[in-house]
Structure formats: C-alpha cells, structure tokens
Design a protein around this ligand. Structure first.
Ligand SMILES: [Zn+2]
Length: 481
C-alpha cells in the first residue's frame, strides 16, 4: 500500500513538475493594425455568394455558367490581382493564379480555397433566416451558402492580394492561388488537375495553405475570450467499403433463419458496436501540448502529457461524436439496399460503410478489423473510393511559423495550436509536390456558427471576415519575403 502510494506520488509529482515548468509555445508578435473598408469587403463576399456555384453528387446536374459568372465578377472586383497574376483555367472552371516572385531560388507557396458549394437540402430552404443565395448582410453578418465553406476563403485571398498589390507589393517568393470548382465532390477535375499541371512543370512548393482550420472562440471555456487558432497539420483519410451478403432466395412464406438482409444487418450491427481502437495520434498530442501551458492546473496536467494521460483523454474525448472522430478511425453506416418485393426473400443485400482513417491506420488495418469483426464467409467486401492524405506537416516548417506569426499579429491573445482535420480537403492532391501542407483560414468562428457548415443559416460576421483578411495580408506579406 505504502509502496503504491509512493509510486503514485512520485509519478504524479514527476508529471506535475514537468508540466508546471512547461513554458508557452506561443510566439508573441507586435500587434499590427490594418485599416480596411470592412463594409465594402463584406459586400463583395455577399455578391459572390449570389452565384449558385453548386456541386451535385450527380454530375449531370452540374451547371457551369455560375462559375464563369463568378470568374468574371472576381476579375472585375480585383483588377490589380488579375493584371499582375498569370491566370490559368484548369478543368474549364478552376482557377490558378501566379504572382511571380523576384527570387527564383525560393520555392513557391500556394494558397487554396474552392469556388463550389454544397446545395441546400431540399425542404429546408424555408428554414433560412435569409435565403441561401440572396447574399444578404444583416445584423453584422454576411449570410448564405459559402459564407464559411468557403467563398469567404476565395474572397479573403483575393482581398489580401489586391490590398498588398495596391501598396506596391512585389514578392520575392512566387505565390500561387488555386481555386478548385469541384472540392465538394472530390476535386478530381479541379485541384487534382492543378496539382498534376504544376508537377508536370516541375514546380515544388515550400508549403500549401488550404481550408480546414480557423480561429474558434469558446473552444475551451477555461481560455475565456482567447480564441484557439487551429492550424491543421494532418487530415484523416477517406475510405468507402461496399458489403454484399449472399443468401438463399425463395418465397417469404418459408424463409431461412437468416436471409441476406438479416446476415448483413447483423454484420453491420457488430461493426457499429466494435469501433476501431482509440489512439492519440501525433497531431492531436501536439495540439494538447500546445494548449496545456495556457490552461489551469488540472487541465495542464492532463493535456501537457498526452501520452501518459491517454486513457483519461480518450475516455473523455470518446463521449461526443465530434471529439471521438479525433481519436479513432470512424465507422459510418451510410447506405443499405436489399430486396425487390415484400414477399420475396432476397438473394443478396448490399450496404456501404464510410470510414475516416486516423493518420496511423491503413486501409489494410480497416479491412482486417472488418473481417475479424463480422466473421461471416457469406459477406464479401469491395473497397470503393479511398484517399491518401499527405504526411502530417512539420510544425517547425516555414509555413507554420508564418501562419503563427500572422495570427499573433492580428489576434495577440490567440492560442495557436496544431490540429487534425476530420474531413478530407483538396490539399491532399499537393502532398507529392509540397514540403508541407497546412490548413488554416484566419476568420474567427463561434462554436454555434460551426454547426452551419453544410447546414442551415451559414453565416460569417463582418468583423470576423475582415480580421481573416487582415491575417491573410500578413500571411502573404511574410510568405513573399
Ligand atoms: Zn470546403
């Protein structure tokens, strides 16, 4: 008993000792004030929202004209950028802009966003306080589909570049801007082609900055008003698996004990009840370590030593779907089909399961997990779409330092931290041609507004949007040097 107490105290004091001595990872900067016509910028974003640049799951529903309309609108609103930059249209509707730098020995940097948006779910149009494509400004917010995901990003980079060019900005490093038109449906004709085009021209990038990180207020209540600036250094991979169960058909008046539908349902039920194991991967461990020094004692203790406190952290994070997704490969049962008639026993049933993989899990690990869990020879698997994200980015890389410094210049109080993004972004196509890929955009979003991504009442505050532009100005300025 005494020995246990001694061991416990020593471990505790050891952890407490290194935790308390841990110094902040934040790199304070001299605050920068940038005068902007916030109303004018807000109006330009609002107008961009009125172009219904929709990505539909069914390619036959694609309409190109709004994309071309948006191209024309951007050229007209940001004349200096389009005079200075070399413009290339890729995949008919995606844009690649290049501001050539004066020093060819510096590897270029590339900033991304996407022009397309997801449709409004049929039947929910009336739930919007302001119609999704009306581009209204009300109550200090710019409303509409794309206000957060991510026409704000497209316009932010345009605004920042135009602002700097007006000031006579001449970068030493070449700066690229890539605006894809089909991110919401996989980016195959847009950013995949842009990355291939750059590769063919032997362009190798110092770093890429895409969507997938921002400033969040209220992320940790212990931090009070201090926003957390998450720079996503990694993203989860995407993998779809199709399941087929075979069974005996026949008349439903004399059915087998388990039909193909029953077998498949049972297998899927097992899969849902046996998730892949939880793991605090390096991007999340780094996140906790960076936040820890800013937290009160107990949380500092917990977060400052994420590998030691992993069991506690995991059980805490597993409680909510959003945080659970940060620590494990998730299993989402999304489609189920079987049977053709109510009195016919179906000979087969099909289902689709979507997995999102932690950077430490491979498609082989997922397949092994499925086979061991369902353990049914009558069910076959077929892997559908899957993506390979770039390797996690280096937090000591130039891009991370630039983002962190720019954030602190505009938001001196921000807690800048690495993070793992649970969705897939188009930046995955740049893994091969970039040293590092980061995901960040400088607008501040509340926990409440986060829910409007792909949902109803998507909006961004004018203030937050303007600060995002200020941050982008500093990012481009530092990147150009
Ligand atoms: Zn997006």
């Amino acid at each position: 008993m005494r020995l246990r107490l001694f061991i416990f105290s020593s471990v505790f004091l050891g952890i407490a000792g290194c935790t308390l001595s841990s110094t902040s990872y934040q790199r304070p900067m001299e605050p920068v004030t940038i005068a902007l016509d916030e109303e004018a910028s807000a109006k330009r974003l609002a107008k961009a929202i009125t172009f219904p640049t929709l990505s539909h799951q069914d390619p036959a529903q694609f309409v190109g004209e709004p994309f071309l309309g948006l191209h024309r609108y951007l050229e007209e609103q940001f004349p200096l950028l389009y005079e200075t930059a070399e413009k290339q249209i890729i995949g008919e509707y995606s844009l690649l802009l290049k501001i050539p730098g004066s020093d060819a020995t510096l590897k270029p940097a590339l900033f991304m966003s996407h022009l397309d948006v997801v449709p409004v779910e049929p039947g929910t149009e009336g739930d919007w306080t302001h119609p999704a494509f009306s581009g209204e400004i009300a109550g200090g917010f710019i409303w509409g589909r794309g206000a957060l995901d991510v026409k704000n990003g497209v316009l932010t980079w345009h605004e920042a570049a135009e602002y700097l060019l007006k000031e006579g900005f001449q970068p030493q490093r070449t700066l690229y801007f890539a605006f894809g038109h089909d991110e919401e449906v996989g980016g195959k004709q847009g950013n995949k082609e842009i990355a291939a085009d750059l590769k063919e021209r032997h362009v190798h990038l110092e770093f890429v900055v895409d969507e997938g990180g921002f400033l969040i207020s209220g992320f940790y209540p212990e931090l009070g008003d201090r926003p957390v600036a998450i720079i996503s250094i990694a993203e989860k991979a995407y993998m779809t698996v199709h399941f087929t169960a075979k069974g005996e058909g026949g008349h439903s008046s004399a059915p087998p004990t388990h039909t193909s539908v029953g077998k498949l349902a049972s297998a899927l039920h097992k899969l849902e009840n046996n998730p892949m194991p939880a793991n605090i991967t390096e991007p999340m461990a780094l996140h906790f370590k960076h936040v820890a020094p800013e937290m009160p004692f107990f949380k500092r203790l917990l977060m400052g030593n994420p590998h030691l406190s992993a069991p506690l952290l995991k059980s805490f994070l597993a409680k909510r779907p959003k945080t659970n997704a940060l620590i494990r490969t998730t299993t989402a049962l999304t489609m189920f089909n079987g049977g053709i008639k109510e009195n016919v026993v179906p000979q087969s049933a099909k289902a689709t399961v979507n997995f999102r993989l932690l950077p430490t899990d491979t498609p082989e690990d997922v397949k092994k997990h499925i086979l061991e869990t369902i353990d049914d020879p009558d069910i076959s698997l077929e892997t559908g779409l899957w993506t390979t994200p770039p390797k996690p980015a280096d937090i000591d890389g130039l891009g991370y330092t630039i983002l962190s410094d720019a954030i602190h210049e505009i938001y001196p109080d921000a807690v800048v931290t690495p993070f793992l993004v649970t969705g897939a972004t188009d930046s995955r196509y740049y893994g091969e041609i970039a040293d590092n890929v980061y995901r960040f955009l400088g607008a501040e979003v509340s926990m409440e507004d986060l829910k409007s991504f792909h949902g109803t009442n998507e909006r961004i505050s004018i203030k937050s949007y303007a600060n995002g532009i200020r941050t982008a100005i500093q990012i481009l300025k530092h990147s150009g040097q």
